[in-house]
Ligand binder design. Structure first.
Ligand SMILES: Cc1cc2nc3c(=O)[nH]c(=O)nc-3n(C[C@H](O)[C@H](O)[C@H](O)COP(=O)(O)OP(=O)(O)OC[C@H]3O[C@@H](n4cnc5c(N)ncnc54)[C@H](O)[C@@H]3O)c2cc1C
Length: 263
């Protein structure tokens, strides 16, 4: 039996005030949380639904950046004219997540707060050097994802949105699990005035950058510049879908494809 109270919050303060109870859980799209409840892997005393808080929804331009509200669904990011114009690779990434049902329910806030090792958005957030906004502070991408399903979010902290600066060029390449579409390996490459960033998802327990590729691409932004850079297999994921050795190989292949696609 499920035993929890359900509360549909009407404001951020309302939602935050409910999180005083250590067993309370936020629910966004429910695409990860509901299966977790069904498998009895979580037993919250209260579910706090973020779906009726207007401040968490929508996509806007902010100077040389775009801001995506935490409750914006993957399908909305994929279809957004603003995102397609500013960061087409981000719109394309959102369109690669799961299936239509997942994309029409799942949200960017839920995805990054969950920090699944095979999720797509963490690669974009890190490669684009985005800033995660919460009800308490702003967190730089490099500090946000801290480990397997772990983030820098504290008790009672709610993701309110993500601010992405527009890059000069960016691309995301994913070698997907054919059943779930989660990334076996996904590589997001972004070039901006500050340099080049390469972020990898799916390969390890948490999204990570590849400094050797970033340095090589800063010198020469060509796929050839990174063809000999292999990442170590140690610490990479190894499961029924792919060995650590195969994942290490895929990182190089996906990175070169992403650079080539940047044009
Ligand atoms: C069949 C299937 C295939 C999928 N394929 C992919 C894929 O290819 N790529 C991919 O990236 N993902 C994939 N997903 C995951 C999907 O993207 C989910 O949408 C995402 O993981 C969670 O988002 P959600 O909005 O549904 O969050 P929920 O399930 O509602 O919440 C997830 C967690 O985040 C917390 N949370 C939610 N919102 C916030 C917030 N604003 N602030 C703080 N904490 C919050 C919740 O308390 C919960 O712990 C797949 C899911 C399914 C079921």
């Amino acid at each position: 039996m499920y035993e929890f109270d359900y509360h549909r919050a009407t404001s951020l303060d309302d939602a935050a005030s409910r999180l005083g109870d250590a067993d309370a859980k936020l629910v966004a799209g429910g695409m990860t949380l509901i299966p977790t409840l069904k498998m009895r892997l979580a037993k919250p005393s209260q579910l706090v639904d973020l779906g009726a808080i207007p401040a968490l929804k929508g996509i806007s331009e902010d100077g040389n950046a775009i801001v995506i509200g935490a409750m914006t669904r993957h399908a909305e990011v994929n279809r957004s004219a603003v995102v397609k114009r500013a960061i087409p690779a981000l719109a394309a990434l959102a369109g690669m997540i799961g299936d239509p049902a997942v994309r029409n329910r799942g949200t960017i806030g839920g995805s990054i707060a969950n920090n699944d090792p095979a999720a797509d958005y963490p690669a974009a957030v890190v490669a684009l050097d985005a800033v995660v906004r919460t009800n308490k502070r702003e967190i730089a991408a490099d500090s946000f994802f801290t480990g397997l399903f772990e983030t820098a979010l504290g008790e009672g902290e709610i993701v309110t949105g993500v601010r992405f600066a527009k890059p000069q060029a960016a691309n995301y390449q994913k070698f997907k699990n054919p059943a779930s579409r989660y990334a076996i390996v996904g590589v997001f490459v972004a070039r901006s005035a500050a340099g080049v960033r390469v972020a990898v998802t799916g390969a390890g327990p948490c999204v990570f950058r590849v400094p050797a590729m970033e340095a090589a691409l800063a010198r020469s932004f060509t796929a050839d510049a990174i063809k000999d850079i292999q990442i170590p297999q140690d610490g990479l994921n190894s499961d029924i879908h792919a060995s650590a050795e195969y994942r290490a190989h895929l990182v190089n292949v996906m990175a070169r494809r992403a650079v080539a696609a940047c044009g």
